[in-house]
Design a protein around this ligand. Sequence first.
Ligand code: MLT
Length: 411
Amino acid sequence: MARVNDHYLKLKSSYLFSEIARRIKAFQAAHPEAKLIRLGIGDVTRPLPPAVIGAMHEAVDEMARVETFRGYPPETGWDFLLEAIARHDYEQRGVKIATDEIVVSDGSKTDTANIQEIFAADCVVALTDPVYPVYLDSNVMAGRVGTADAAGRFDRVVYLPCTADHGFLPRLPDGPVDLIYLCYPNNPTGAVMTRAALKRWVDYARERSAVILYDAAYEAYIRDPAIPHSIYEIEGAREVAIEFRSFSKSAGFTGTRCAYTVVPKELQGRSASGEPVSLHALWVRRQSTKFNGVAYVIQRGAAATYTAEGKKQVTALVDYYMENARIIRQGLEAAGLTVYGAENAPYIWVKTPGRLSSWDFFDKLVNEAHVVGTPGAGFGPSGEGYFRLTAFGGREATQEAVERIKTRVAL
Ligand code: MLT
């Protein structure tokens, strides 16, 4: 019998959203008449913008003709997309990112899970708590953590608790760390990091030679003009940060799959013998070995989000979801719940009432209102006592969910 990777045995038996899907399937089987409203997983519900669809149709037609057919995409992405990203996502915000520092991929989940492969197995990882589970689980799989305590905290991982008294923002680590995962706007709490707060992290990473893995998948949801959209808006970040961006939540690509990762040329790790090593070179090496790129049709669709039409349509999509966020936030506050997030992020972070555990509140909402959310404990021990709802539902479903919570749930 082949020996398995024992590190997988340390993982919770299933990924958070698979566990929720399993429970919901069981509930639906027992209550086939119940009309569930799903505000659990952050999956979009609006169709792709017309500009994207138009570009994809044209690209499909190109694939149908021998003169314009394309096979494997270039390793790091087609130039038309790389140039659009560099110009619109960075140059227009005063940030210089070269096209060859961008690597197009099929998702930020994939990239944030895979990036740890280019670092040594004994690197110390720092994670916010609560956290998007992929950052932790991918490091568990790689053998970078020790054993878990009763609360599920692994030793050899530095947890950075994010609690209400500190605006759900992490404090700088006490001890040495090598890799720091940050996600802003934050999934799951909806918190954002000010320029000053982000600068403290960049300065910290520069002083300690740590690398920040900055997940900015939700940057399109920032409303406050003072909040940075990219970590590279902070001086010195090019020397210490890798940034992950996605078309999933901004332009509705969760099913279509397109994202990108920026690894600046200055950014270096070190070899066992202490020699500096380009992280950009390692990431391109990793991607070109294990991934064959995003389909031409999809990259054409992603590039269309940067056209004048595409930008307008993406803004309208984001506005639509942010109106849902407002409806949920105001509705739950009116019901007497304490609510965070939802102002610069599509997530609503709710304090569970009456000291209910987050899984108990999950069951209560499913049973009494037929509304599915995500228990905060699924994002880490500090998520206990909280519950996450997403703004990615349809408008009517969102309004109906809020109404049901207000009228059917004994809070
Ligand atoms: C979530 O619900 O946290 C997101 O859908 C996760 C993801 O983007 O993979």
